[in-house]
Design a protein around this ligand. Structure first.
Ligand code: HEC
Length: 150
Protein backbone atom coordinates (compact mmCIF):
# COMPACT_ATOMS: atom_id res chain seq x y z
CA UNK A 1 0.00 0.00 0.00
CA UNK A 2 2.72 2.38 1.03
CA UNK A 3 4.53 1.61 -2.19
CA UNK A 4 1.38 2.24 -4.19
CA UNK A 5 1.00 5.68 -2.66
CA UNK A 6 4.60 6.50 -3.41
CA UNK A 7 4.18 5.33 -6.97
CA UNK A 8 1.03 7.32 -7.58
CA UNK A 9 2.45 10.49 -6.11
CA UNK A 10 5.47 10.02 -8.35
CA UNK A 11 3.15 9.77 -11.35
CA UNK A 12 1.30 12.91 -10.22
CA UNK A 13 4.57 14.75 -9.75
CA UNK A 14 5.83 13.73 -13.17
CA UNK A 15 2.56 14.80 -14.76
CA UNK A 16 2.85 18.19 -13.04
CA UNK A 17 6.43 18.58 -14.26
CA UNK A 18 5.49 17.71 -17.82
CA UNK A 19 2.64 20.22 -17.65
CA UNK A 20 4.95 22.97 -16.41
CA UNK A 21 7.52 22.21 -19.12
CA UNK A 22 4.91 22.23 -21.86
CA UNK A 23 3.43 25.48 -20.53
CA UNK A 24 6.89 27.06 -20.44
CA UNK A 25 7.60 25.92 -23.99
CA UNK A 26 4.36 27.56 -25.10
CA UNK A 27 5.55 30.96 -23.96
CA UNK A 28 5.16 30.81 -20.21
CA UNK A 29 1.42 30.50 -20.19
CA UNK A 30 -0.95 27.62 -20.56
CA UNK A 31 -3.62 29.87 -22.08
CA UNK A 32 -4.10 30.23 -25.82
CA UNK A 33 -3.08 33.89 -26.01
CA UNK A 34 0.36 34.46 -27.41
CA UNK A 35 0.67 38.11 -26.46
CA UNK A 36 4.02 39.43 -25.27
CA UNK A 37 4.66 38.47 -21.68
CA UNK A 38 7.16 41.19 -20.82
CA UNK A 39 7.13 44.30 -18.73
CA UNK A 40 6.83 47.26 -21.09
CA UNK A 41 10.20 49.00 -21.36
CA UNK A 42 10.46 52.76 -20.83
CA UNK A 43 10.69 54.80 -24.05
CA UNK A 44 14.22 55.74 -25.17
CA UNK A 45 15.56 59.25 -24.43
CA UNK A 46 14.40 60.81 -27.70
CA UNK A 47 10.80 59.90 -26.86
CA UNK A 48 10.82 60.02 -23.05
CA UNK A 49 8.50 62.63 -21.58
CA UNK A 50 6.82 63.61 -24.87
CA UNK A 51 3.21 64.67 -24.47
CA UNK A 52 0.56 65.35 -27.07
CA UNK A 53 1.03 68.75 -28.72
CA UNK A 54 -2.61 68.80 -29.87
CA UNK A 55 -4.32 71.87 -28.47
CA UNK A 56 -7.74 70.27 -28.80
CA UNK A 57 -7.49 66.48 -28.57
CA UNK A 58 -11.29 66.22 -28.77
CA UNK A 59 -11.27 67.81 -32.20
CA UNK A 60 -8.65 65.30 -33.40
CA UNK A 61 -10.68 62.21 -32.52
CA UNK A 62 -12.55 62.08 -35.85
CA UNK A 63 -9.38 62.23 -37.92
CA UNK A 64 -7.73 59.77 -35.54
CA UNK A 65 -10.57 57.31 -35.99
CA UNK A 66 -10.23 57.41 -39.78
CA UNK A 67 -6.50 56.84 -39.56
CA UNK A 68 -6.98 54.02 -37.06
CA UNK A 69 -9.65 52.36 -39.21
CA UNK A 70 -7.46 52.54 -42.31
CA UNK A 71 -4.17 51.47 -40.72
CA UNK A 72 -4.64 49.68 -37.42
CA UNK A 73 -7.98 47.82 -37.27
CA UNK A 74 -6.70 44.83 -39.27
CA UNK A 75 -4.46 43.82 -36.38
CA UNK A 76 -5.75 45.67 -33.31
CA UNK A 77 -9.50 45.35 -33.93
CA UNK A 78 -12.22 47.99 -34.03
CA UNK A 79 -12.27 48.49 -30.27
CA UNK A 80 -8.50 47.98 -29.85
CA UNK A 81 -9.08 44.65 -28.13
CA UNK A 82 -6.30 42.93 -30.07
CA UNK A 83 -8.77 40.98 -32.21
CA UNK A 84 -8.47 42.38 -35.72
CA UNK A 85 -9.01 39.95 -38.62
CA UNK A 86 -5.22 39.54 -39.08
CA UNK A 87 -4.48 39.11 -35.38
CA UNK A 88 -4.72 35.33 -35.29
CA UNK A 89 -1.79 34.91 -37.61
CA UNK A 90 0.43 37.16 -35.47
CA UNK A 91 2.93 35.97 -32.90
CA UNK A 92 3.09 37.88 -30.67
CA UNK A 93 -0.47 39.15 -31.00
CA UNK A 94 -1.52 42.66 -29.93
CA UNK A 95 -2.81 42.93 -26.37
CA UNK A 96 -6.25 44.36 -25.64
CA UNK A 97 -4.97 47.93 -25.70
CA UNK A 98 -8.35 49.37 -24.72
CA UNK A 99 -7.95 47.89 -21.24
CA UNK A 100 -4.56 49.50 -20.80
CA UNK A 101 -4.96 53.01 -22.17
CA UNK A 102 -5.22 54.43 -18.66
CA UNK A 103 -1.78 53.18 -17.73
CA UNK A 104 -0.06 53.89 -21.06
CA UNK A 105 1.48 57.34 -21.26
CA UNK A 106 1.70 59.55 -24.34
CA UNK A 107 5.46 59.09 -24.71
CA UNK A 108 5.19 55.27 -24.69
CA UNK A 109 2.36 55.29 -27.24
CA UNK A 110 4.06 57.81 -29.52
CA UNK A 111 7.30 55.79 -29.38
CA UNK A 112 5.64 52.45 -30.11
CA UNK A 113 3.53 53.78 -32.95
CA UNK A 114 6.47 55.66 -34.50
CA UNK A 115 9.04 52.89 -34.24
CA UNK A 116 6.92 49.72 -34.33
CA UNK A 117 8.07 46.39 -32.96
CA UNK A 118 10.75 44.97 -35.28
CA UNK A 119 13.38 45.04 -32.55
CA UNK A 120 14.10 43.57 -29.15
CA UNK A 121 12.29 42.93 -26.84
CA UNK A 122 9.20 43.04 -29.08
CA UNK A 123 10.20 41.23 -32.27
CA UNK A 124 6.67 41.75 -33.53
CA UNK A 125 4.85 42.60 -36.74
CA UNK A 126 3.86 46.03 -35.38
CA UNK A 127 4.86 48.36 -38.26
CA UNK A 128 6.84 51.59 -37.74
CA UNK A 129 4.52 54.43 -38.73
CA UNK A 130 6.95 57.32 -38.72
CA UNK A 131 7.44 58.41 -42.30
CA UNK A 132 4.05 56.91 -43.20
CA UNK A 133 1.94 58.96 -40.81
CA UNK A 134 2.98 62.48 -39.85
CA UNK A 135 3.67 63.22 -36.18
CA UNK A 136 0.35 65.09 -36.01
CA UNK A 137 -1.46 62.09 -37.46
CA UNK A 138 0.12 59.80 -34.88
CA UNK A 139 -1.10 62.13 -32.11
CA UNK A 140 -4.57 62.11 -33.72
CA UNK A 141 -4.59 58.29 -33.60
CA UNK A 142 -3.55 58.44 -29.93
CA UNK A 143 -6.40 60.90 -29.24
CA UNK A 144 -8.81 58.39 -30.78
CA UNK A 145 -7.29 55.43 -28.89
CA UNK A 146 -7.87 57.33 -25.64
CA UNK A 147 -11.63 57.32 -26.40
CA UNK A 148 -11.62 53.49 -26.53
CA UNK A 149 -10.40 53.28 -22.93
CA UNK A 150 -12.32 50.64 -20.95
C1 HEC B 1 0.41 44.06 -38.94
C2 HEC B 1 -0.31 44.18 -37.70
C3 HEC B 1 -0.33 45.52 -37.00
C4 HEC B 1 -0.76 46.74 -37.49
C5 HEC B 1 -1.31 47.05 -38.87
C6 HEC B 1 -0.63 47.67 -36.40
N1 HEC B 1 -0.14 47.05 -35.28
FE1 HEC B 1 0.22 47.89 -33.46
N2 HEC B 1 0.94 46.13 -32.78
C7 HEC B 1 0.93 44.95 -33.46
C8 HEC B 1 1.40 43.89 -32.61
C9 HEC B 1 1.53 42.43 -32.99
C10 HEC B 1 1.70 44.47 -31.36
C11 HEC B 1 2.16 43.76 -30.07
C12 HEC B 1 3.64 43.53 -30.03
C13 HEC B 1 4.40 44.79 -29.74
O1 HEC B 1 4.18 45.42 -28.69
O2 HEC B 1 5.26 45.15 -30.60
C14 HEC B 1 1.43 45.90 -31.52
C15 HEC B 1 1.65 46.85 -30.52
C16 HEC B 1 1.19 48.14 -30.57
C17 HEC B 1 1.30 49.10 -29.50
C18 HEC B 1 1.96 48.84 -28.17
C19 HEC B 1 0.93 48.17 -27.30
C20 HEC B 1 1.39 47.61 -25.97
O3 HEC B 1 0.66 46.72 -25.52
O4 HEC B 1 2.40 48.01 -25.41
C21 HEC B 1 0.64 50.22 -29.91
C22 HEC B 1 0.42 51.48 -29.11
C23 HEC B 1 0.17 49.98 -31.24
N3 HEC B 1 0.53 48.71 -31.62
C24 HEC B 1 -0.57 50.87 -31.99
C25 HEC B 1 -0.86 50.70 -33.35
C26 HEC B 1 -1.46 51.74 -34.17
C27 HEC B 1 -1.93 53.08 -33.67
C28 HEC B 1 -1.54 51.23 -35.43
C29 HEC B 1 -2.03 51.92 -36.67
C30 HEC B 1 -1.45 53.21 -37.00
C31 HEC B 1 -1.02 49.86 -35.38
N4 HEC B 1 -0.63 49.59 -34.11
C32 HEC B 1 -0.98 49.01 -36.46
C33 HEC B 1 0.53 44.75 -34.77
C34 HEC B 1 0.05 45.73 -35.61
Amino acid sequence: MKQWIRKSSFVALSATLVFILVAAACGGSASDSNTLDIERPAPPAEYAGKTSPLVDAGAAVGAGKQLYTANCVSCHGEQAMGDGPASNSLNPKPKPLAFEMKSLKDDYLFWRISEGGAFSPFASAMPAWKGILSQDEIWQVIAFLRTLDK
